[in-house]
Write a protein that binds this ligand. Structure first.
Ligand code: AMP
Length: 609
């Protein structure tokens, strides 16, 4: 207990964070809770029974949830402004409070960050003490969103829910989880609030560790590795700690699948050094941060037998196929978000995973959680997320095919199977009728709560005139062209896009980093034509035919370009845990465009039209 307490304080001291009275009080409460509640294994059947009861009565639970949110927060400046006057029913709520985007709420959130809600509440009845930074990988600029204890609790609730379903199908015993997770830098806002990415806020909270223990999957790595300020060093040490505990590892995970693929791509480069460290019991000189060095050195003992085993396993693999089960023989499954913009990494993940099952994690955002994967046996491409009706109040804005037309939002239990919607969230953390910007499709119902398939972000990625292409359209085009490349035993490591308007005739530019030789001109020309032909929305095709959009350009990048982009975001304060490669780079994101343009090795123009 004392260890935990001093660790908490030293983390904060290291960050130069001075706790306010309110924070101190909360911390004391957390400590009391930790002292009293020794983590016991989660009663998964009870969690499932609770989930079943709530989802059977989703409509009523939604009404109650909204009532609770409005009762707690009715006295805020924001809700008073819309004249709710204490009413808590859905009809009054929808009639009074408008649907908003982040831009509409930003001024309120900024004031909270500046400390203006100390005396009179702005968005939430209880003061907000922490701010989350969304990954901001699309716009190149993180957004501020409020984070509070309720959000922490709902995060743990969703973790426990999906774990309970997962454990029914893939039971694990006491063991460890090799978690590729990273805290990002935290800073203080003008008003003295701690600000960091949502995942960092979660990992720093004592409830996180307690829940991980209750779920029998504590992390292999010490906190110093998770919160180390250089993610390259943290990643190396995560791998090393995983290898030290290789027999105990039961789950390999990361928030997003990209984090796991990135880790094992790195393993391919550093495995011999890792073996040498284990053999000698001395940590590589690349680990220079004293806190990480001393924490990991404590775990590292000379172990030539282990080094030999790992060395010979790596040498015996063909092109690293099945690397994960070879290194971690007791792994039951791989876990992380695998849908949406993570789908392009599945092929590589399957390659590393061999026969191991890939289980997609839940659906949520810095703004709050939405649904849990309660069908863990489904392959990631078919995964749906069952909405938890008690973690927020949800509305769904019906969308037409091009996502430009929208209709009046409907309630959680009013959605129709097969239809697509934008998610609108009302949360316990001060967001009211907030458009999340995600498009989901209703695939069915779990009791009376919908099961959502994640489709894409709603904003159009590529559009020059009448053409409209989303993240999903780009992904499908890249998949189609990637098949041609696969014929040459090459693969797309990562990709993004932009619109080039430097000439009168604007055109799409697709950037590819590929593994292997870039000398296959004919094949890459064919891929370029295929990309162009695969954007098959009527607007694009007709514009191409009459030449009002120029020939699509495929630019091949130097190896490691996407690592440079990741590094750039991390330097700006983004968390590796939440990183999503931006699938389209707007002109405003000049630094990323510069990285891309400076690393082009070849370029091809489509001759498909
Ligand atoms: P962040 O900026 O890190 O809060 O990212 C939140 C966004 O990540 C969501 O709005 C989604 O677009 C995406 N996301 C989160 N969970 C999933 C999921 N399970 N499948 C696909 N995309 C997801």
């Amino acid at each position: 207990m004392i260890v935990l307490q001093s660790m908490e304080l030293s983390n904060e001291a290291a960050l130069g964070i001075v706790a306010t009275e309110r924070e101190r009080k909360r911390k004391r409460n957390d400590m009391v809770m930790l002292e009293e509640e020794v983590p016991v294994a989660l009663d998964t059947s009870e969690v499932i029974a609770e989930f079943d009861a709530r989802t059977k009565d989703a409509e009523r639970v939604q009404k109650e949830t909204l009532k609770k949110i409005l009762q707690e927060n009715g006295g805020t400046e924001y809700l008073k402004k819309w004249g709710l006057n204490g009413r808590t029913d859905p009809e009054s709520f929808k009639a009074c409070v408008p649907i908003v985007t982040h831009d509409d709420l930003d001024p309120y959130i900024q004031r909270i960050a500046d400390g203006d809600d100390e005396d009179s509440p702005i968005l939430t009845g209880k003061p907000i003490t922490t701010i989350s930074l969304s990954s901001g990988t699309t716009k190149g600029k993180p957004k501020f969103v409020p984070f509070n204890d309720e959000l922490m609790e709902t995060t743990m609730q969703i973790y426990k829910t999906s774990y309970s379903f997962r454990n029914r199908e893939f039971p694990i015993g006491n063991g460890k989880c090799l978690q590729f997770i990273y805290g990002s830098k935290q800073f203080k806002t003008k008003g003295g609030l701690a600000a960091g990415t949502a995942t960092t806020n979660v990992y720093r909270n004592p409830l996180f560790k307690k829940t991980m223990k209750a779920m029998q999957t504590p992390c292999c790595s010490p906190d110093e590795v998770i919160f180390g300020s250089d993610f390259h060093q943290s990643l190396y040490c995560h791998l090393l700690c995983g290898l030290i505990f290789r027999e105990e590892v039961q789950v390999i995970s990361s928030t997003f699948a990209h984090g796991i693929v990135h880790a094992f791509r790195t393993f391919e480069l550093v495995w011999e050094e890792l073996c040498a460290d284990i053999r000698e019991g001395v940590l590589s000189s690349r680990i220079s941060f004293p806190s990480i060095r001393s924490a990991v050195s404590r775990l590292l003992k000379p172990n030539p037998e282990l080094a030999d085993v790992i060395y010979s396993k790596c040498q015996g693999l063909s092109n690293w196929y099945g690397l994960i089960p070879e290194l971690f023989p007791n792994t039951r499954y791989i876990y992380g978000i695998m849908t949406g913009s993570m789908e392009p990494y599945l092929k590589k993940l399957r390659h590393y995973a061999g026969e191991l099952p890939l289980l997609s994690a839940d659906y949520g955002s810095s703004e709050g959680w939405i649904g849990a994967n309660v069908n863990p046996k489904l392959p990631p491409e078919l995964v749906t997320y069952a909405v938890l009706p008690d973690i927020g109040y949800f509305e769904f804005m019906p969308l037409k095919h091009d996502y430009l037309e929208e209709a009046k939002p409907v309630g959680l239990t009013e959605v129709k199977v097969g239809e697509e919607y934008e998610v609108v969230v009302t949360s316990f953390a001060g967001l009211y009728r907030y458009r999340l910007g995600d498009v989901v499709k209703v695939k069915g119902f779990y009791n009376s709560t919908p099961e959502l398939q994640f489709i894409c972000r709603r904003n159009l990625l590529l559009s020059i005139n009448i053409d409209k292409n989303t993240e999903k359209d780009l992904q499908l085009s890249v998949e189609a062209a990637g098949k041609i490349l696969a014929g040459e035993k090459l693969e797309v490591v990562d990709f993004t896009s932009s619109v080039d308007t430097s000439n009168d005739l604007a055109h799409y530019v697709i950037y590819w980093e590929i593994n292997g030789e870039t000398s296959h001109d004919e094949v890459l020309q064919e891929c370029c034509n295929c990309l162009d032909k695969s954007f098959n929305d009527a607007g694009y095709m007709s514009s191409r035919k009459v030449n009002t959009i120029g020939a699509l350009e495929l630019r091949i990048l130097k190896k490691g370009t996407f690592h440079k982009i990741l590094d750039h975001y991390v330097q700006m304060g983004a968390a590796v845990s939440q990183f999503k490669t931006p699938r389209c780079v707007p002109h405003s994101n000049s630094r990323v465009l510069e990285i891309l343009c400076n690393n082009v090795v070849k370029s091809y123009f489509s001759t498909a039209y």
